[in-house]
Design a protein around this ligand. Sequence first.
Ligand code: 5GP
Ligand code: ZN
Length: 117
Amino acid sequence: MALNDKCLFCRIVSGDIPAKKAYEDDDVVAFHDINPQAPVHVLVIPRRHIASLDELTDGDAMTAGMMVVRAAKIARGLHLESDGYRFIINMGEAAGQTVFHIHAHILGGRAFGWPPG
Ligand code: 5GP
Ligand code: ZN
């Protein structure tokens, strides 16, 4: 599926819903989280609608890989790499997924505990 007009993040990709963009290219869009959990909290999403990590197939390997390599580039652009940052994908409701368009969280600017809550 390319874009899903019922999906919040597809509507951010299309520009229908505004977001504070941190980065975009042909593969991914990154924007600041509306409810940040750290001084820097950016979401990285593929332009193409994929509901969750569990929906990925081998055919999505390039898209999924782009999310990861572009996230690292975005984090460097935000100068997070020297202190470190958290990179998270929540899969499913019990793990805290609330928006069903796959997204990776980049969280930085503070220390993080382990194990996560
Ligand atoms: P999840 O809990 O699914 O892993 O992450 C969804 C994230 O999307 C949450 O951190 C939430 O604050 C963020 N979010 C939800 N709605 C919006 C929105 O309309 N705009 C932006 N920028 N972030 C949103
Ligand atoms: Zn979507």
